[in-house]
Unconditional design. Structure first.
Length: 239
């Protein structure tokens, strides 16, 4: 493929910039503190899921407690009404006996309810305690993340600035390169990843080290100054 000498130099420079950009981006991702932050976030998400489950249990227990307390309150009101009727019954033995039985039945039921209220209340308190521990764990994790982020903020910013600077320079160089050469380079880089352009040295691909001979070598030299390695499919600068 025809290319000016300056185009080839620009192409190789663009490749070096791309490699440096990849290196800087990889360094950002692999910062030890960032990796720890991701671990904390994953763990925090697991804790939040547990917290949601515990909060669900708490809501159900509190709903059950409300039902039991409402029944107890209703029985208490029935007892009060029955007592008022008894007090107003005077010598009406049957009425007194009937409402006395009603009060006794309500009292027995309220004793059972009192035990149930105690059990559910203890259960709610236990669940609240677990929820509080989980909320504390989340808060502690968030505080630890904030410290970690502060510790690598400067290094991360420096790498981000480097990526922006390199990308800006790359854009300038890419604009000066013939569109067909840039398109071919970017298509090749997408396929092979990393190094997309090499030099042919002593009839050998400078990237994959494959010896090119025979008809393939003749075809490749015919495409000078820019061809494609028949083995690794990378672009080759042929001098």
């Amino acid at each position: 493929m025809f290319a000016e000498e300056q185009d080839l130099a620009t192409l190789l420079e663009i490749q070096q910039l791309d490699l440096n950009i990849m290196k800087a981006k990889k360094a950002r991702v692999e910062l030890p503190q960032r990796i720890e932050v991701m671990r904390l976030r994953k763990k925090r998400e697991e804790i939040r899921e547990k917290l949601e489950q515990v909060q669900g249990l708490q809501k159900r227990a509190e709903a059950e407690l409300t039902i039991v307390e409402d029944e107890d309150r209703s029985l208490s009101e029935r007892q009060e009404r029955a007592q008022e009727i008894i007090d107003a019954s005077g010598s009406d033995y049957r009425k007194v006996e009937s409402h006395s039985k009603e009060m006794a039945g309500a009292a027995r039921r309220r004793e059972a309810l009192a035990q149930k209220i105690l059990e559910i209340t203890e259960q709610v308190d236990k669940i609240k305690g677990i929820a509080g521990q989980l909320e504390g764990a989340i808060a502690a994790s968030e505080a630890e993340e904030a410290k970690l982020r502060a510790s690598f903020e400067g290094e991360d910013k420096a790498l981000a600035d480097e990526v922006r600077e390199l990308s800006s320079k790359r854009a300038e160089l890419a604009a000066s390169l013939p569109p067909e050469i840039l398109k071919l380079y970017e298509k090749t880089a997408e396929k092979v990843g990393g190094v997309a352009v090499g030099r042919m040295v002593d009839d050998t691909c400078g990237v994959c080290r494959t010896l090119i001979d025979g008809g393939r070598l003749i075809e490749l030299k015919a495409s000078a100054p820019l061809g494609t390695c028949p083995a690794c499919k990378r672009l080759l600068v042929i001098e």
